[in-house]
Design a protein around this ligand. Structure first.
Ligand code: KG4
Ligand code: ZN
Length: 330
């Protein structure tokens, strides 16, 4: 079975082909960072317009690199939410029209679920149950994944998501959008700790997170100082360690409390190098799984793979286009 995945929930247009026997055949992604960079965040209307421009050329490129033809595709999986309404509509319209033309089914995919299962694309032995930490630009959710359709959300952020805080702190430091990779690059230049930033809710009994206090603390330090390259690195280093302390401590505690051996970390922030290293170093006796770096940030591969996991032969694909900006997980 050959599944095409289409991702367009925010500022990445991603397409991929997943073969149930051979695995991921190829994926292509266009990032709109240069379009939104000058505004410091995603402008929904510009995002929608760029998806419209990129979907068909990306489809041609995907078929080209995988040496496949449109008629080889058996199923089209597309992101139906959560995300920005305009961008979601572009991917949904494209996917449903193409599926209708090819007389094949289409399937709606929850973007957050696709992130959660993305490490299974390359880690064939990984299966639920596992503890999932999803850390992206829009969400921070800790859940217990019991089966591929049954989850218990243990906790989530009460205010900003982890990725959002990376982006906002970076903006204060004068670093370009998206800020997560920039913070990571700046913090890698130092190992000297000079700022004592808070670790919000690290010792509370619940599994919820709160990052807005940390963000305020960091921005106050930025405002009090004259920014030099060295200071930017020091602040980035201490900020990164503070947020990682909270994420790692709560996730490991959930795995211990629920007696679950496997921990899966996914979403854009899971591309963070220090987060990966520290989870590995501090994992105690747990097994830690990450997606391939290319499948951490938004991509079509995780959507194609989720389509494959969710497919069943009685699938009903209406022509109705009904994106859902929120997720049942959120
Ligand atoms: O999953 P994603 O691509 O989009 C959403 O579903 O939201 O996540 C994007 C987020 C952005 O906030 C970005 O700054 C963050 O992931 N991110 C990182 C890194 N790479 C991307 N955060 C920290 N370190 C990174 N290396
Ligand atoms: Zn995402």
């Amino acid at each position: 079975m050959l599944v095409m995945g289409v991702e367009s929930s925010c500022d990445e247009t991603g397409l991929a082909l997943y073969d149930s026997d051979a695995g991921m055949l190829g994926h292509v992604v266009n990032s709109q960072h240069t379009i939104h960079g000058k505004y410091g965040g995603v402008v929904p209307e510009l995002a929608s317009r760029d998806h419209v421009l990129k979907l068909v050329p990306l489809l041609d490129e995907l078929l080209n690199i995988t040496a496949k033809d449109l008629k080889d595709i058996d199923l089209i999986a597309f992101t139906n939410g959560p995300g920005l309404l305009g961008p979601l509509l572009t991917g949904a319209s494209f996917s449903k029209s193409l599926a209708w033309t090819l007389k094949i089914p289409s399937i709606e995919i929850d973007h957050l679920e696709a992130h959660i299962f993305s490490p299974m694309i390359s880690e064939k032995s990984l299966k639920p149950p596992f503890i999932s930490l999803l850390v992206s630009g829009g969400h921070t959710i800790l859940s217990s994944v019991n089966t591929s359709t049954n989850y218990d959300v243990l906790g989530k952020t009460l205010d900003d998501s982890a990725g959002e805080v990376f982006d906002k702190v970076a903006r204060h430091l004068g670093l370009p959008y998206p800020g997560g990779p920039q913070i990571s690059k700046a913090s890698a230049k130092t190992s000297s700790s000079s700022f004592k930033f808070p670790r919000p809710m690290i010792n509370t009994n619940c599994y919820d997170f709160s990052f807005s206090g940390l963000k305020t603390h960091v921005t106050q330090s930025v405002n009090k100082n004259i920014l030099t390259e060295e200071l930017i690195s020091n602040i980035a280093f201490d900020f990164e360690n503070a947020i990682l302390d909270v994420l790692i401590s709560k996730t490991l505690r959930a795995a211990t409390d629920l007696n679950v051996d496997n921990i899966v970390i996914s979403g854009g922030v899971s591309a963070n190098k220090r987060l990966r290293e520290r989870f590995e170093n501090e994992k105690r006796n747990k097994n830690i799984f990450f997606p391939d770096i290319a499948f951490s940030t938004d991509n079509g591969a995780m959507i194609a793979y989720m389509g494959y996991l969710k497919y069943h032969k009685d699938i009903k694909s209406s022509l109705e286009i009904n994106p859902s900006p929120s997720s049942r997980l959120a």
